[in-house]
Design a protein. Structure first.
Length: 308
């Protein structure tokens, strides 16, 4: 790999994760206007991004796009991924943004690796590695700081925000684990596009029966940004980066997502985010770096379909 390719990969992953962070801030802005609710936004987002990804996949390789539906085991797993991976990950994240804010929701989503560690330990019935135990302890302490803001006698974050933030972490773990077999056989764009489209169908009855929100031009622009640049283009940039740099590097650079969400939320939306929250967030993000460093040694690395 030459230096130019590495620079391309770094640029792609930073651009993709930055767009994800901006998407969270866009959602926080919409929720603060009281005109949009999470279920509606998730349904619209998944539908638009899913259709665009399917069209993209059709232009690239139409036969590969439809081949996933020719194998019963594969399309059943795809539906399971949509229902138990895509939907929980998307919905819980936006609920966490609604009841809290984009920075805390994005950071708590990074608890996903902790739940993966616990799942793998239980599945294989063996104790976690030392690096895994250290990661979990750091993540727990970081979470405690984030939700208490350094005041250890009470929660300073709404209980609903804490619950949905932790569920976003669980959703991210499911989102990572469920499609592993599919991703070994099919292009990630195809898997994610179909999963988004299937997931959107669950929300369609709610979307079509909900009165269209009365939004101004700026607010509709935010909706379109969340669904396109904050979903499809962010994902494609992130995926393209894997052609130039290692997955461990992209995993570590995913920290640009919460950093972007925090910076823009503070500057644009004037979200209060003090030193204890920043320290707690940094500790949670540190677990992602520890896990990325750890997986650079083992033979097997879990492949992700995409993120928010």
């Amino acid at each position: 790999m030459n230096v130019t390719d590495k620079h391309k990969g770094l640029a792609f992953v930073i651009a993709g994760t930055t767009l994800w962070g901006m998407s969270g801030v866009g959602a926080q802005y919409l929720f603060s206007r009281q005109a949009v609710e999470p279920g509606w936004l998730v349904g619209v987002r998944l539908a638009i991004a899913g259709v665009l990804l399917i069209i993209w996949g059709a232009f690239r390789n139409f036969n590969a796009l439809i081949s996933i539906w020719r194998n019963r085991a594969d399309w059943l797993l795809l539906i399971a991924f949509a229902l138990f991976g895509m939907i929980p990950s998307q919905f819980s994240y936006f609920m966490a943004v609604k009841y809290g804010n984009a920075p805390t929701a994005t950071i708590l989503q990074f608890l996903g690796p902790v739940f993966i560690i616990i799942y793998l330990a239980l599945r294989h019935w063996r104790l976690p590695r030392r690096i895994d135990v250290i990661s979990m302890l750091i993540a727990l302490l970081g979470t405690y700081l984030l939700v208490t803001k350094g005041r250890f006698d009470s929660l300073q974050l709404a209980p609903a925000a804490v619950f949905w933030g932790v569920m976003a972490g669980v959703g991210q773990a499911l989102y990572t684990l469920i499609p592993i077999r599919l991703l070994k056989k099919y292009d990630a764009t195809i898997v994610t596009g179909w999963a988004m489209l299937i997931g959107s169908l669950v929300f369609m009855p709610h979307v079509v029966t909900t009165p269209i929100p009365k939004l101004d031009v700026l607010e509709w622009s935010a909706v379109l940004f969340v669904a396109t640049f904050g979903t499809m283009f962010a994902y494609l940039l992130y995926l393209t980066s894997l052609n130039y740099i290692r997955p461990t590097t992209t995993g570590m650079l995913s920290s640009f997502e919460p950093l972007t969400a925090t910076f823009l939320s503070i500057v644009i939306l004037h979200t209060a985010f003090g030193l204890p929250e920043m320290l707690g967030g940094a500790m949670i993000l540190a677990t992602a770096f520890l896990q990325a460093w750890a997986v650079s040694k083992p033979k097997k690395v879990i492949k992700k379909a995409s993120r928010q």
